[in-house]
Design a protein around this ligand. Sequence first.
Ligand code: AMP
Length: 164
Amino acid sequence: LVHLSTGDILRGEIKAGTSLGLEAKAIMDRGDLVSDEIVIGMISSKLDNNPNSNGFIFDGFPRTAAQAEALDILLDGKNTSISSMLSLKVEDKELIRRLLSRGKDSGRADDKNEEIIANRINEYNNKTAPLKDYYSAQNKLSEIEGVGSVIEISNKLNTVIDTL
Ligand code: AMP
């Protein structure tokens, strides 16, 4: 499966100094979501660039209802569809601890500051969490406890993916 992380793609654009990267940087540094148009366009071109892939793991995408609907339309045009949505459950306190710890060496402005992390969690609760209902209505939602070691959590994710 081809791993497509919209956050990684956006950070790559910033590093490469593209106009898209310039536009996204200030938004990402504040912990807001970048526009649906930008993210959907990026995913669309990645799908076109990988025509022979066995499938994709979308990581950090879709994050809004508009993105989920656009993704369904994109995939429908390629005679395919989403198999499953994996949602990792972790308490806010633990998320804040992990991000501040990653911020010590990730170089990410959005990992360093508790106010920005709170804004990211807020964006998630307002715009992304409702997607659980969207996929649950299609019987595609798997909720996984995101607590434990990296290996333990990877194994839980792989177990779900292996059943698809
Ligand atoms: P991440 O690497 O997934 O933590 O994303 C870092 C930042 O990139 C987010 O806080 C957003 O500003 C932006 N971003 C990544 N993916 C998306 C997306 N699907 N929709 C909107 N913004 C995104």
